[in-house]
Design a protein around this ligand. Sequence first.
Ligand code: NAP
Length: 248
Amino acid sequence: MSFPSLAGKTVAVTGATGGIGFAMASRFAQEGASVILGGRNESKLKDALHKIQAVKPWPKLGTPPQHHALHIDVRQLSGWNNLVDRHQIDVLVNCAGESQKSLLVRIGEPAVENMIQCNLLSAIWGCRAVGKQMIPRREGCIINVSSLLAHRAAIGTSIYAATKAGQLGLTTALSQELGTYGIRVNAIVPGYIETDMTQGLRKDDLTAKIPLKRFGTADEVADAAAFLAKNAYANNCILNLDGGLSAV
Ligand SMILES: NC(=O)c1ccc[n+]([C@@H]2O[C@H](COP(=O)([O-])OP(=O)(O)OC[C@H]3O[C@@H](n4cnc5c(N)ncnc54)[C@H](OP(=O)(O)O)[C@@H]3O)[C@@H](O)[C@H]2O)c1
C-alpha cells in the first residue's frame, strides 16, 4: 500500500532522541503523521517530544496529530510488545543504534553481545512485532537504517558492519515475506552523516574521499525515509545516501 500522504498515519521511530532519528521524527510530524518517539533516556525523550509537539504540519489537518514518547530499550522484546499493545503502527523506522571503534580482539564479550542486540536483534524484534500487527491490515512500511559499512567495512568496525549487513539481509527476506501482505520493507544505507555518532572521526581525511566533499545531514536522511514511506512501489529499496562514497 502507498501512503501518498502521511497525514493521519502513525509512525514509530526508534533512536528518536539521536541525530538522524530526531530529524526523521520532525519530518514525519511536518508531513502530518502522529509520531511515536522511541528512546531509552527519559529526559532526552521529554525534550524531543516537546520539540516535536511544536512542529507545524504542512497539510491542513482536521484533527491535529498526537505525538507520544515511548520508553523503549530496543534490545528487549518487552519494549516492542509494549509498543504494539499501545499503538497501531503504519510506519516503523528502526533507527536506534550504537557504533564501534575498536578491534574485535580487544572487545569484551558483553560489548559484542550488546552491539548485536542493539543494532540487529532490535530490528528483528521490531520487524516481527510490528509486522505481525500490520499483516491483518494488509498495509504498512518498515524502514531499517543500515550503514555503508555493511558493504565497506573498515578496521575497528567488525561487529557494527556485521549487524548492519544483517539488517540488509533482514530487509530483503522480509520484503518478500511481508510484501505478499502489502507491507513494504526497505533500508537506508547512509554514509557519513553529521551527528553525535560521527563526532571525533578524522573528518578531513574522510571528506576528501567523498565525491561531494562533505558529510550528509540528518535532514537529508529523513528526506529519504519520507520517500520510502510514501512511495507505493518501494519494497526492498536499499537506498544509498553517501554523497557518492559507495562509488569510489
Ligand atoms: N551518523 C552516521 O554517520 C551514520 C551512518 C550510517 C548509519 N547510521 C545509523 O543511523 C542510526 C542513527 O544514528 P545517529 O547518527 O543518529 O546516532 P546518535 O545521534 O548517536 O543516535 C543514536 C540513537 O540510538 C539510541 N539508542 C542506542 N541504543 C539504544 C537502545 N538500546 N535502546 C534504545 N535506543 C537506543 C540512542 O539513544 P540515547 O540517546 O539514549 O543514547 C540515540 O537516540 C544508527 O542506527 C546508526 O548506526 C549513522
